[in-house]
Write a protein that binds this ligand. Structure first.
Ligand code: RM4
Ligand code: MN
Ligand code: MN
Length: 424
């Protein structure tokens, strides 16, 4: 199904007068509104193909119905999101959950919705039915060469699919590690993993990037072979200039200062991209901005400052992806909320008075530094983000329109109540 332009127009008309009033008010606190709106229009966040069905936990999975039954329907769903918010113009695929059987056709379908393919994701954390060797004791770190070969070959296959789809990056997240002391020789596990990554890196097309994602724990609970940003940076530094660290917000130990991690990775030119989500305890994969919106703002504050310092293009030079998926919300509503939260934090970060902050830092004026940051964070930028969406042809209130158009109900009618999408 898809949503017609005239439906979006009618929705916007009904909200326009109220929107204009809110805009007038917020414009008073924005110095260069046109430049800011342009940046918001350009910003885009990739939607993960594995989050379009209702996420489960290992205890259960409760489908909301109407889940996409194939890659084509997943693309249709992302197309729907993009039509509503005009900021979801990319999709990130996980192989083998979403193998494009006919890549040319899939690419053409995506193009019809104005979508491109962002980073490809490999999966060596699960065994597939036809697979010769098990990843029970790891993949690239494995003590047996045949298992490592299989994992490397899988990544090469993912790159091949990506090339056919026009993607230009590969994200490698390894579940490798150990559950008990003594299980693994840390140094040898690192070296084997590095060797595997080097083989993958060697076949990357010239314009491709390799993202090495880290995670503190789970599924291994004693050690992870890419367990934190230091380890990831070690791998990516040894690999070379096309390798970068990927930050997934849920992959840190409690209270980690993620904004500082981001600032230093950017300084080193080694920050590749993000998996946005939110968390209370661990890899909770909750809706972006639902638990710690101030932290998200502080991260964007570092991103804007650090990217500007390196002359980077905010919209293009890092990989912006969502990695969220859970039990109780309609996944499409969750994704609309996640994209919105990202844009709000980005807009607030753009509002930070950099000169004043710099002056406060130079003068050790801690109170004013806090005032500057919080003045931006406490600005209600929702009208600005809505205005950017309006200018780009999207809906002023995507979630409200999704509800009033009864999209989930229509999807259930079309696809049935029992379908289960591949993914988490
Ligand atoms: C992991 C990690 C990866 C994602 C898988 C599904 O925890 O976040 O990025 O691909 O989950
Ligand atoms: Mn992730
Ligand atoms: Mn994760």
């Amino acid at each position: 199904m898809h949503i017609e332009n005239h439906t979006i127009d009618a929705h916007n008309q009904s909200l326009l007068a109220g929107h204009r009033r809110k805009m007038e008010y917020v414009m008073e606190s924005v110095k260069n509104p046109e430049a800011l709106l342009r940046k918001l229009v350009e910003f885009e966040v990739a939607i993960p193909s594995w989050a379009l069905g209702t996420g489960g936990t290992r205890f259960g999975r409760f489908s909301g119905g109407g889940e996409p039954r194939c890659l084509e329907e997943k693309i249709e769903d992302v197309g729907l999101l993009h039509a509503l918010n005009r900021s979801s113009g990319a999709v990130s695929l996980h192989i083998p959950w979403d193998i494009p059987e006919n890549a040319a056709a899939v690419r053409a379908l995506a193009a019809r919705y104005g979508l491109r393919f962002d980073a490809m994701n490999s999966n060596t954390f699960q065994d597939q039915p036809e697979q010769a060797h098990s990843y029970k004791f790891g993949s690239l770190q494995h003590v047996r060469a045949a298992v490592r070969r299989q994992a490397i070959d899988h990544n090469l296959e993912v790159i091949r699919y990506g090339v056919e789809l026009g993607s230009t990056s590969l994200t490698v997240w390894l579940a490798d590690g150990s559950c008990f002391p003594g299980q693994l020789n840390f140094r040898e596990a690192f070296q084997r993993t590095l060797q595997g990554l080097q083989e993958i890196y060697a076949v990357l097309p010239p314009d491709w990037k390799l993202f090495v994602e880290y995670k503190a724990y789970e599924p291994n609970f004693y050690s992870m072979t890419v367990g934190d940003w230091g380890q990831s940076l070690l791998y990516t530094s040894k690999l070379g200039p096309k390798a970068f660290t990927l930050v997934d917000l849920g992959h840190h130990l409690p209270n980690a200062n993620i904004e500082q991690i981001v600032a230093l990775l950017l300084m080193e030119g080694k920050l590749g991209g993000f998996h946005f989500n939110d968390s209370k305890y661990g890899d909770d994969d909750l809706t972006v901005g639902s638990i710690k919106p101030y932290q998200l703002f502080l991260i964007f504050n570092e991103l804007v400052e650090g990217m500007d310092a390196r002359g980077m293009d905010h919209a293009r030079d890092l990989g912006w992806m969502i990695d969220a998926s859970h039990n109780v919300k309609d996944p499409l509503e969750d994704l609309l909320q996640s994209v919105e939260a990202i844009l709000l934090s980005y807009a607030q970060a753009l509002l930070v008075d950099r000169q004043l902050l710099k002056a406060a830092q130079e003068a050790n004026d801690v109170a004013i530094a806090q005032e500057v940051l919080q003045a931006a964070f406490r600005t209600d930028v929702r009208p600005l983000v809505a205005e950017a969406r309006l200018r780009a042809g999207g809906a002023l209130d995507p979630l409200a329109l999704y509800r009033s158009e009864q999209i989930r109900k229509r999807l259930i009618k079309e696809r049935g109540a029992r379908g289960v999408a591949t993914g988490l």
